[in-house]
Ligand binder design. Structure first.
Ligand code: AMP
Ligand code: ZN
Length: 473
C-alpha cells in the first residue's frame, strides 16, 4: 500500500491521504439524476471517479465504492409529470442508459448503486435526528435545515451564508422558511407529485438529504472520500456536510475531491449552443469509445477538459502507437539474455506510474510513463535486441498499468458484434497465404484485391521480415 497525496477541497491543499481504517477506503460519488441520458460532461466526472477507484486499488487499497442514483428530485418529477408517466417508469430507461454508458466506457462497477426512492425511511430518520437536535424545523408539512444553527456552514466552498449567494437548485418559492438561506430536507406533497408517508404528512425528500442518508447507510457516519463535479460543491456538498455533521456530531467526510467541468470546443455545454452531447450521439458519429475514454482520463481531473473532435483523433493516434508496438512485439524474434534496456524501462514504468497516480492522480504523468516504455520497446525491436522472455514481461507490465487506464489492450474493446461478424481467424490466415501466392506469381492485382477485402473486414496487415502479420483494427 502506497501513500497517496490528494488535493482536498476541504482546506484547499494537497495533503497526505489517511483512510480511517488503514488500507481500506470508503468512497461515495454523487451519481446521475436520471431524468435524461447522461451528457458527456457527467461522464467525464464518472470516468474520473473510475480512474480514482482503479488507482486506489492499484496502489494497494481495498475500496468500498457507493454511487447513488437520484431517481426522485425536482427534475425527475417535473419530467415524468410532463410525460404523464409514473416516476419509476419514467426513470427506468435512463437508469438503463446510464449503465450502458458506463459499459461503453469500460467504467468498473461500484459496490453499491442505491436508489433514492428505496431509502426514504433512512432519510426520514435522519431528518428526525436533526429536528430533535434543533437543527431543523417543520412548517406546513415541510422540514427545513436551520443554517443559523450551524456555526461552520460554508467551510467546504468558502461561501459565507450571510452573503446570500445561492445555488441553482435552491428553490425560490419557499416563503414559509425562517430564513431565506435555509434549505428543504422534506417537501410537503404537492398535487400530482409522488409522495411517501412521514411524521410530517405525505411528502418527499430534498435532494441533499438523499446523499447524506445513502452514503452513511453504506459507509458509516464518517468515511474517507466524497466526490462530484465542481458544481456539486455548493450548495449540494455544503448542505450534505451541514446535515450529516449536525445529525451525528461526527466528521462526515475527510477528503473531498471535485473534478472540473468538461467544455466542448472551448464553451460550456448547453442545449442552446447545441453542443451538449450524449455518449450515444458520439457513438452514432462513429467515434471510438476507447479514444473517448482516453480523452477523459488523459488530462488532470482538476483542469477543465476541452472536448473537441480533434482531441478524439489525437487519442486515436496515441493509442495506435501503443497497438503498433504490441503488434510488432508479437512477431519480433527473441534471443539470448533479456535486454537490460527493457528491464530498466519496465522498472521505470512501475515506479513512475505509481508515483504519478499517488501524486493527486497525475494522469498525464502516468501516460508519459507508458509512452516511455513504448519508445524503448520500439527501439529494442529495431535493434533486433529483444531477449528471451522480454515480450511476456512487457505485456505483463502493460496489463498491470491497464488495470488503471483500461485503454491499453485493443482486444478488450473489440465488440462482440465485430468479432462475430467478420472473418474467422483461419479464413484470414488462408487469405494471407493466397495473397502471398499471388505476389509470388507477380499477380499484384489479385494480391491487392485480397488486401482490400481484408481491409474492408477491418483486418490490418503489416509486412514484416518474418512474413505478413495481421490483426483486427
Ligand atoms: P447530475 O446528473 O446533474 O446530478 O450530475 C451528475 C454528475 O455530473 C455530478 O457529479 C456533476 O457534478 C457532474 N457534472 C455536471 N455537469 C458537468 C460537466 N459539464 N462536466 C463535468 N461534470 C459535470
Ligand atoms: Zn450527491
Amino acid at each position: 500500500m502506497r501513500e497517496i497525496r490528494f488535493y482536498n477541497t476541504l482546506g484547499r491543499k494537497v495533503e497526505p491521504f489517511t483512510p480511517r481504517e488503514p488500507g481500506s477506503v470508503g468512497l461515495y460519488t454523487c451519481g446521475p439524476t436520471v431524468y435524461d441520458h447522461a451528457h458527456i460532461g457527467n461522464l467525464r466526472t464518472f470516468v474520473f471517479e473510475d480512474f480514482l477507484r482503479r488507482s486506489l486499488l492499484y496502489l494497494g487499497y481495498r475500496v468500498n465504492h457507493v454511487m447513488n442514483l437520484t431517481d426522485v428530485d425536482d427534475k425527475t418529477i417535473q419530467r415524468s409529470n410532463d410525460a404523464g408517466v409514473e416516476l419509476d417508469d419514467y426513470t427506468a430507461p435512463y437508469i438503463e442508459s446510464f449503465f450502458e454508458d458506463l459499459d461503453t466506457l469500460h467504467v468498473e462497477r461500484a459496490e453499491h448503486y442505491p436508489r433514492a426512492t428505496e431509502h426514504v425511511p433512512e432519510m426520514i430518520e435522519m431528518i428526525e435526528h436533526l429536528l430533535e437536535r434543533g437543527y431543523a424545523y417543520e412548517r406546513d408539512g415541510s422540514v427545513y435545515f436551520r443554517i443559523a444553527a450551524d456555526d461552520d456552514y460554508g467551510r467546504l466552498s468558502g461561501i459565507d451564508p450571510s452573503g446570500g449567494q445561492r445555488g441553482e437548485r435552491v428553490a425560490s418559492d419557499e416563503y414559509e422558511k425562517e430564513d431565506a438561506r435555509d434549505f428543504g430536507l422534506w417537501k410537503a406533497a404537492k398535487e400530482g407529485e409522488p409522495s411517501w408517508d412521514s411524521p410530517w404528512g405525505a411528502g418527499r425528500p430534498g435532494w441533499h438529504i438523499e446523499c447524506s442518508a445513502m452514503s452513511m447507510k453504506y459507509l458509516g457516519e464518517s468515511f474517507d472520500i466524497h466526490c462530484g463535479g465542481v458544481d456539486n460543491m455548493f450548495p449540494h456538498h455544503e448542505n450534505e456536510i451541514a446535515q450529516s455533521e449536525s445529525a451525528t456530531g461526527e466528521e462526515f467526510v475527510h477528503t473531498w475531491l471535485h473534478s472540473e467541468h468538461l467544455m466542448v470546443d472551448g464553451e460550456k455545454m448547453s442545449k442552446s449552443l447545441g453542443n451538449q452531447y450524449t455518449l450515444k450521439e458520439l457513438m452514432a458519429r462513429g467515434l471510438d469509445p476507447r479514444a473517448v475514454r482516453y480523452v477523459f482520463i488523459s488530462s488532470h481531473y482538476r483542469q477543465k477538459l476541452n472536448f473537441t473532435f480533434d482531441s478524439v483523433d489525437a487519442a486515436v493516434s496515441a493509442l495506435e502507437r501503443v497497438d503498433q508496438m504490441r503488434f510488432r512485439l508479437e512477431s519480433a524474434p527473441e534471443s539470448g539474455e533479456p535486454s537490460p534496456e527493457i528491464a530498466a524501462a519496465i522498472e521505470r514504468l512501475g515506479k513512475d506510474f505509481a508515483a504519478a497516480l499517488a501524486s493527486d492522480l497525475n494522469a498525464s504523468g502516468a501516460m508519459s510513463a507508458v509512452f516511455a516504455l513504448v519508445r524503448e520497446v520500439n527501439k529494442t525491436i529495431e535493434r533486433d535486441a529483444l531477449g528471451d522472455g522480454d515480450r511476456n514481461r512487457v505485456i505483463a507490465v502493460l496489463a498491470d498499468a491497464n488495470r488503471v487506464l483500461g485503454v491499453l489492450d485493443p482486444a478488450d474493446w473489440q465488440s462482440s458484434e465485430e468479432s462475430s461478424s467478420g472473418l474467422a481467424d483461419n479464413e484470414i490466415d488462408q487469405l494471407l497465404v493466397e495473397r502471398q501466392e499471388a505476389r509470388k506469381n507477380r499477380d499484384f492485382a489479385a494480391a491487392d484485391r485480397i488486401r482490400d477485402q481484408l481491409q474492408a473486414e477491418g483486418v490490418v496487415i503489416e509486412d514484416t521480415p518474418q512474413g505478413p502479420r495481421w490483426r483486427r483494427g
